[in-house]
Ligand binder design. Structure first.
Ligand code: GUN
Ligand code: ZN
Length: 438
């Protein structure tokens, strides 16, 4: 006999069916909004999503209906680029990228040689993600395979959709963090075999960035990607000017940074390049042609002084832009905080981010760019039940502000400017209640 796990959440609902564009008014047909709506969760999926009044007569007698009126349900947030192994060095003072890596990051990542530490930090990181409403992330582990085992095992136990990979790094890093070409590939293959496609998990090949991999290691990674189109790839690109100079020195045969990755076959539709601040239009066009995405990490870019990401330049080339925290370079895991920083960066560039575009980006936009939109990113029948229950009156000031809002766009914008973990009343993933605000 099979048992049915079934319940209904009643609240205001917001979901996107398409990119709303950058105008103040969203593109026709892009927004799905139910002021008094309901999601029917059954066995980990969304069975129905509609106005409450439409759904109510169809519900079986006795089904649990959780009344979240006054709150707003959106799809769970997605973070396209984050380092779980850097959780405890978030907010480390005063350095730009290359010094920050040497002074804080590499020493911290050495600790993940210990599987017990990796297990403890995996749980802590997932607790923090779920506290801020993030239900899916593409995650850098450390170069130790056990750090990936720990993270993906913890994600699997919670029934989460996560992408992750072992950092590949065979030079220019401390001895305890470097692998070699053969060992790095062998470890990645073992991890792929154990985790890729298991439950809701996927494997993302993870060469850290060009300076810490030999050409041979990048080539071997490209060979893995070519052999299995279902794999993801994550790395960093053109974040910092010192990094650019170093790459030019290390790869004198490449005409630009992106070509280093192209030559090894690393640029494809499932490739995420974090940052991409210092690019020209031709490079953006080359990335777009391959269907790759740039992970815009605004709080990290401000914190590390890396530069102001040019979102409109990417969009002009039809290049996918995803939104990411990049913790520990980023200063906040919250997707709402990421949108706030993205808005601020946009203001400095004369390209303000609408709340429509921001919430689309955190949900369906990120899901599409990561090729996960068959399962997540929308509130729609058949999709996985990953969602967040937001409280627009979470703090006294937010309650004052949103009481004055006259449209959903205004409320969303207030959430995006003022929101944090306090606004997340509940987080659901895989149909399970994963977090409830105390
Ligand atoms: N480039 C190479 N490694 C890293 C990292 O860990 N964080 C950031 N922000 N950039 C990087
Ligand atoms: Zn990063």
């Amino acid at each position: 006999m099979t048992t049915t796990d079934s319940r209904v959440l009643r609240a205001e609902l917001l979901s996107f069916d398409a990119d709303p564009g950058d105008d103040d008014t969203p593109a026709p047909g892009s927004v799905r909004h139910h002021p008094d709506g309901a999601v029917w969760i059954e066995n980990g999926r969304l069975r129905a999503v509609d106005d409450y009044a439409t759904l109510a007569p169809l519900l079986p007698p006795g089904i649990e209906v959780v009344d979240h009126r006054g709150k707003l349900i959106t799809p769970g947030f997605i973070d396209s680029h984050v380092h779980y192994v850097q959780l405890e060095i978030i907010a480390s003072y005063g350095r730009q990228l290359l010094d920050w890596l040497n002074d804080y990051t590499f020493p911290e990542e050495l600790r993940f040689a210990d599987p017990d530490h990796a297990a403890a930090l995996s749980e802590a990181f997932l607790d923090e993600l779920l506290r801020v409403g993030t239900t899916t992330a593409q995650v850098f582990c450390s170069s130790h395979p056990a750090s990936v085992d720990a993270f993906l095992a913890a994600s699997h136990r919670r029934g989460l959709c996560m992408l992750a990979g072992k950092v590949l790094m065979d030079r220019n890093a401390p001895e305890g963090l470097t692998d070699d070409v053969v060992g790095g590939i062998r470890d990645s293959e073992r991890l792929i075999g154990d985790w890729h496609g298991k439950g809701r998990l996927g494997y993302s090949l993870t060469p850290r960035f060009a300076p810490t991999s030999s050409r041979a290691q990048l080539d071997a990674t490209g060979a893995l990607l070519r052999n299995d189109e279902s794999l993801w790839l994550q790395t960093h690109l053109a974040e910092n000017t010192g990094e650019l100079d170093w790459v030019a020195e290390l790869f004198p045969g490449s005409r630009d940074y992106l070509e280093v990755y192209e030559t090894s076959g690393l640029v494809g539709p499932r490739s995420t390049f974090a940052h991409g601040i210092h690019l020209d239009q031709a490079m953006r066009g080359r990335l777009a042609e391959c269907g790759a995405n740039l992970a815009f990490c605004p709080s990290s870019n401000l914190f590390l002084g890396s530069g102001l990401f040019d979102r409109q330049a990417a969009r002009e080339m039809a290049l996918n832009v995803t939104y990411a925290s990049d913790v520990g370079g980023g200063t906040d895991l919250s997707g709402l905080a990421t949108l706030k920083a993205a808005y601020q960066v946009g203001q400095l560039r004369g390209q303000p981010l609408t709340a429509w575009q921001g919430f689309y980006g955190l949900t369906l936009g990120n899901a599409r760019a990561l090729s996960l939109d068959q399962r997540i990113g929308r509130l729609a029948p058949g999709m996985d039940a990953d969602l967040v229950v937001l409280d627009p009156a979470a703090t006294p000031l937010l309650a004052r502000r949103t009481a004055r809002c006259r449209s959903l766009a205004e409320t969303l914008f207030a959430l995006m400017m003022m929101g944090d973990d306090r606004c997340v009343a509940e987080t659901w993933a895989g149909g399970r209640l994963q977090h409830r605000r105390p």
